[in-house]
Design a protein around this ligand. Sequence first.
Ligand code: ATP
Length: 235
Amino acid sequence: MLEVKDMVVAYGRVNAVKGITFAVDQGQVVTLLGTNGAGKSTTLRSISGLLKLVSGEIWFEGERLDGLPAHKIVERGIAQSPEGRRLFRQMSVDDNLKLGAFSRKDTSAIRSDMDRVYDLFPVLGERRHQPAGLFSGGEQQMLAIGRAMMSQPKLLMLDEPSMGLSPIMTQTIMRTIQQLQSEGVTILLVEQNAQAALSLADKGYVLEVGKIMFSDTGRNLLGDDRVKRTYLGAD
Ligand code: ATP
């Protein structure tokens, strides 16, 4: 479904992503692991069209994606829930969700997608008219995921959805990811919590300083000594 080929991305003259190649198949949960600064967010932002590639290619459902403006990429079916959530804190839950549907005009379908988000996250529905800034970190994360869902993405990219959340809330978010996968959404997940991410990922790629070092199934990576040492805190 998604293919990234030899992608190089730079900030000024410094290459942050140094020629990475990876693929996401339809229906999979794929995770990108890496220490701080490895290039995970840069990779997601490049796929979203927010950063220009120095070289390489991005393909989605058989069509070339790199070079398209960000809103066209949303229209093709890719949505990103960014690191740090980036909600409009003064605006209500309802209005934040409506913004996620900016590329659509089908008002009644937008309504039913909002209801779907509220089914997924009842706490948001109960307080839909309150400003987003009043919600807890975990609830704001739910809203950020819900907002990304409002463009009806085929591929949903989540950048560190568990950041700053309690273990219980992290579990809730991970369960939601599984539920979205079971509903047919393909997911590209960037996570610091390697244990949580690998437990549900079909496939994982490990990035270090802008390069993919190795990849395997989530299950195999959970048992991999290199992953255990660096990402799972084992001796
Ligand atoms: P983290 O988990 O810390 O968010 P990451 O793997 O997502 O890390 P990126 O945010 O993609 O890493 O950063 C990759 C490299 O690019 C880092 O060296 C970072 O300092 C650099 N970088 C990121 N954003 C910018 C920017 N706007 N300008 C200059 N350099 C940047």
